[in-house]
Ligand binder design. Structure first.
Ligand code: G1P
Length: 311
């Protein structure tokens, strides 16, 4: 504790610091000085997107009983685990370091990923510590991010596109120099499953300013039918916003509440993503993703088509 001050439930205690070996790239003296003048230096903040965070500590209750022993990120779509596609998406966008925030019940996830030669040198695993909620893994990874923009990719989504999501978000960031959420169009049902953004404009451009964000508001309260899916390009000021979050009704610290805090202070953008999205954390989404992947294989395509038609 700081001398003369008693320790209160400050964010420092809410989100305990993760202990791992310090990385000289993020802990060198130069970066320390840079961090001290963070706010003045924001305009010269590094703009290359080099880092990604993949939160992967969730229990996967929607896939019980399988997820009692198999981490949900290892559930396969065709012949590869979901997380394999997500890591490929990040590396395919030029990301150099991927921080996977997990827990020590997920040895299988770790051993699968480090066994892939192209992945191994790009991965850093840390254990999640702190309160429940989507803000916690991001806060845990803060010490490895430094003063750089970074991308967050959720561990239970599959996005098939010619240009991977981080590269699409980076293009928007280069234009806006602001945080960008990847969005897709959704329907009434989707307003209860996803975070919905408020662009004020009913027909926004492909990159557009966001004014508010509502977590699963339902069709009546949703300001649009544009859903934020789990791909966010964020700037380091998100960490300060996370410290100001109040727990939601279910007691969780939601990353999306930090988006709202930041939107009051600075421009924040949405980017309509080009590609096909599958919510593989749900059984239907997982099945659809498998069918979509099979339909991409010319040999399987016909057999699958015939089989489905004859059912
Ligand atoms: C999370 C986010 C939500 C987003 C969704 C996309 O919700 O909080 O804003 O739309 O991912 O999958 P979750 O699926 O963890 O409930």
């Amino acid at each position: 504790a700081v001398r003369g001050r008693t320790r209160s439930p400050t964010p420092e205690t809410r989100f305990p610091r993760v202990t791992t070996i310090p990385d000289p790239r993020t802990h060198g003296p130069g970066l320390f000085l840079f961090r001290k003048c963070r706010y003045r230096c924001i305009s010269i903040m590094a703009t290359k997107l080099r880092k990604a965070i993949i939160p992967a500590a969730g229990y996967g209750t929607r896939f019980l009983p399988l997820t009692k022993t198999i981490p949900k990120e290892i559930v396969p779509v065709m012949d590869k685990p979901i997380i394999h596609y997500i890591v490929e998406e990040a590396l395919g966008s030029g990301i150099e370091e991927i921080i996977i925030v997990t827990n020590n019940t997920k040895d299988l996830l770790r051993s699968y990923l480090i066994d892939i030669p192209e992945f191994k040198s790009h991965l850093r695993f840390i254990n999640q510590t702190g309160p429940y909620g989507s803000a916690t893994p991001i806060k845990n990874a803060q010490q490895f991010i430094g003063d750089e923009p970074f991308v967050v990719l959720l561990g239970d989504e599959l996005f098939l596109a010619d240009v991977p999501r981080p590269a699409q978000l980076m293009e928007a960031f280069e234009k806006t120099r602001s945080p960008v959420l990847g969005v897709i169009e959704t329907d009434d049902d989707g307003t209860s499953r996803y975070g919905i953004v408020d662009p004020h404009d009913p027909k926004p451009e492909s990159i557009f300013r966001l004014f508010d964000f509502f977590e699963k508001p339902g069709p009546e309260n949703a300001p649009s039918r544009l859903a934020s899916i789990g791909s966010y390009l964020l700037t380091p000021d998100i960490f300060e916003a996370i410290e100001r979050i109040q727990p939601a009704a279910n007691g969780e610290y939601q990353l999306t509440d930090a988006f709202r805090i930041l939107m009051e202070k600075r421009p924040f953008f949405g980017c309509q993503l080009k590609g096909d999205y599958y919510d593989v954390g749900t059984k239907l989404g997982w099945l659809e993703a498998n069918i979509a992947m099979a339909m991409r294989d010319p040999e399987m395509q016909k057999a699958l088509h015939d089989d489905l038609r004859n059912r």
